[in-house]
Design a protein around this ligand. Structure first.
Ligand code: GRF
Length: 192
């Protein structure tokens, strides 16, 4: 069972999943492995981590395509080279077309830095602080055509502290992302 992870930047969630796969021996337990890391940014730092861990990497520059559909069609072809059981969006900062989402329907997940259904979209931490939330957090969900909406697979909550800034809250949430994402992927692999 191949897992393909899509990133756009640091890839800390991807790294957490790669580490969990090794430490928890997903190969033996689920017959699963991280087969490739794909990025829309050639300078995504996560690509270095993937290469260092002997994982195939692919870069698809969305600027080289004249439409979102054309990019997504090529992206689907690249991802399909690895016959994925599961496609993991991890800090992948692209809005995907319905066609791409349908193609991977039921086997594509995402992590979003809020307690969905609250705060879909961007700047989630600042919005939680501005709203006076006492808790914030992160959610792993199945990807559907509607942005940041889909069946919630796992979540973690963290306190919002009185002196929090978006940055301090983001750091606290990110730590929990690295807990729930590997946990959610393992649960998916157990079921499929
Ligand atoms: C994280 O805040 C995650 O919630 C969002 O992208 C950010 C960076 O993730 N999806 P990563 O370090 O690139 O995995």
């Amino acid at each position: 069972k191949n897992i393909v992870i899509l990133i756009s930047g640091g890839g800390s969630n991807m790294a957490a999943i790669v580490k969990a796969a090794k430490q928890q021996d997903w190969e033996r337990r689920y017959g699963a492995r991280v087969a490739a890391v794909v990025s829309n940014k050639a300078d995504a730092q996560g690509l270095v981590f993937a290469k260092d861990h002997g994982i195939a990497t692919e870069v698809l520059n969305h600027k080289q395509f004249d439409s979102r559909e054309a990019f997504d069609a090529q992206l689907a072809q690249v991802v399909d080279r690895y016959t994925p059981t599961l496609v993991v969006l991890a800090g992948f900062m692209r809005i995907l077309t319905p066609g791409f989402v349908q193609h991977f329907e039921g086997r594509m997940v995402n992590i979003h830095p809020s307690l969905l259904p609250a705060f879909t979209g961007l700047h989630t931490h600042q919005r939680a602080i501005d709203a006076g939330c006492k808790f914030a957090g992160c959610s792993v969900h199945g990807v559907t055509a509607e942005l940041d909406v889909g069946p919630i697979l796992d979540q973690a909550a963290v306190p919002v502290l009185p002196d929090d800034t978006a940055q301090t809250l983001a750091a606290r949430v990110l730590t929990q992302e690295h807990v729930i994402y590997p946990r959610a992927v393992a649960a998916f692999l157990q079921k499929h």
